[in-house]
Design a binder for this molecule. Structure first.
Ligand code: GLA
Length: 434
């Protein structure tokens, strides 16, 4: 075939089989209403917390004014219960007129004026999970066009009230319909969560081509039990899930509940650390108007965010599962760096876990380590035993820089041959970050 023709055909192929919207090259970050505010539509008695334009405006103000936006938290996402029970005279979805009197385009403009983005929610089926109008197959084109006309930036497509056959048609169709609008709209698919999250029922190769992120598993609730349950599922199935993730296509273990009622500070750090290791979307579902300074510090931790947002986009894995209840997670990062998380499932007291970088598969070298939450630095040789103290249901998280060559151990300073610090006392066990 002629080269130009070949290029043309392959361009067609890409257009037809890839979600080519260029968005979400790193996991999306922002705020999502569902877990914290659910389907509270009682604006008469609960005006501050009901699903209304005021709630999204309040959260946008907090994101823009309290340092969140600069860290990457830019999406403000509407979830269920936003719409009117009826479509308009042209068959389009419309927001509840009492709770969203300004309409969605005005809300989108409000976000864009502040450097934020707006997300919206729909359901591939007759109804949303909350009983609002859904998007059955024959409404997909018109709904995609409506969201684009409103200048929405992200769309979560839930899966209540549809069967597997309809979903098999609907999710790819919506992907095409969104692409056809010409507006880049991040596409979140709940499809796998409705099909058990695992092959052969779930085709992750296909999902990665049509969605930017996908909910693999059940809904998060405001409890440590729920977080643990999600962690267990994602890491038990890591060999299936890790290869699918990458720039523009992410597994979604659901929202961050840090700042709500169910987690201690240690558990909050654990959620943040493990979501960063998983390259998970970071959608907080909390009340940014009243969040504690402790929770805010965790969610605004720059190094944890940097780890989550690493441009290589490789999802991390569990590498150690000790009988003691200590687990170790690892994620490769760009520039030959990596992240480690030591996690304790214990419920007695801080556990002194002893290991070495070489036992954690690190190659020969000396590594500069930054403790993400204590903000201390230490240098460790791969072969050196160290002890980390991990709190019950807590974590220690490390950013590990690329190794310095061991043969550079001896170096000249001020004309004199020096020995570097880690060369001293071979057998010392640094008790780091106790
Ligand atoms: C499902 C989804 C949740 C939320 C609700 C809304 O349960 O998984 O994330 O969107 O529906 O009703």
């Amino acid at each position: 075939m002629h080269l130009a023709a070949l290029l043309f055909v392959s361009a067609l192929f890409v257009a037809a089989f890839a979600l080519d919207n260029g968005v979400m090259r790193t996991p999306p970050m922002g705020w999502l209403a569902w877990e914290r505010f659910r389907c509270d539509i009682d604006c008469e008695h609960d005006p501050k917390n009901c699903i209304s334009e005021n709630l999204f405006i309040d959260m946008a103000d907090r994101l823009a004014e309290d340092g969140w936006r600069e860290l990457g938290y830019v999406y403000v996402n509407i979830d269920d219960c936003w719409s009117s029970m009826e479509r308009d005279e042209k068959g389009r979805l419309q927001p509840d007129p009492k709770r969203f009197p300004g309409g969605i385009p005005k809300l989108a403009r409000y976000m864009h004026d502040r450097g934020l983005k707006l997300g919206i929610y729909g359901d591939m089926g007759t109804h949303t999970c909350g009983g609002y109008p859904g998007t059955p197959l024959d409404k997909i084109t018109i709904d995609a066009q409506t969201f684009a006309d409103w200048e929405v930036d992200m769309f979560k497509f839930d899966g209540c009230y549809s069967n597997a056959t309809e979903q098999e048609q609907g999710y790819p169709l919506m992907s095409k319909a969104l692409n056809a609008t010409g507006r880049p709209i991040g596409y979140s698919c709940s499809w796998p969560a409705y099909q058990g999250g695992l092959p052969p029922k779930v085709n992750y190769t296909q999902l990665a081509k049509i969605c930017n992120l996908w909910r693999n598993y059940g809904d998060i609730q405001d409890s440590w039990d729920s977080v643990l349950n999600i962690i267990d599922w994602f890491f038990e199935n890591q060999d299936i899930l890790i290869p699918v993730a990458g720039p523009g296509r992410w597994n979604d273990p659901d929202m961050l509940i840090v700042g709500d009622f169910g987690l201690s500070m240690d558990q909050s750090r654990a959620q943040m650390a493990l979501w960063a290791i998983m390259a998970a979307p970071l959608f907080m579902s909390n009340d940014l108007r009243t969040i504690s300074s402790g929770a805010r510090r965790i969610l605004q931790n720059k190094i944890a965010i940097n780890i989550n947002q690493d441009p290589m986009g490789v999802q991390g894995r569990r590498i150690v599962k000790e009988k003691s209840g200590i687990e170790v997670f690892w994620r490769p990062l760009s520039n030959n760096a990596s992240a480690l998380v030591f996690f304790s499932r214990r419920s007695d007291m801080p556990y002194r876990y002893r290991t070495s970088l070489s036992r954690l598969n690190y190659t020969t070298g000396s590594y500069k380590i930054f403790d993400v939450f204590s903000e201390k630095t230490v240098t460790l040789k791969d072969s050196t035993d160290f002890v980390v103290s991990v709190n019950p249901s807590g974590v220690v998280m490390w950013y590990v820089s690329a190794p310095a060559e061991l043969n550079l151990r001896q170096f000249y300073r001020g004309g004199k041959l020096q020995r570097s610090a880690y060369d001293d006392d071979e057998n010392a066990i640094p008790r780091v970050f106790l």
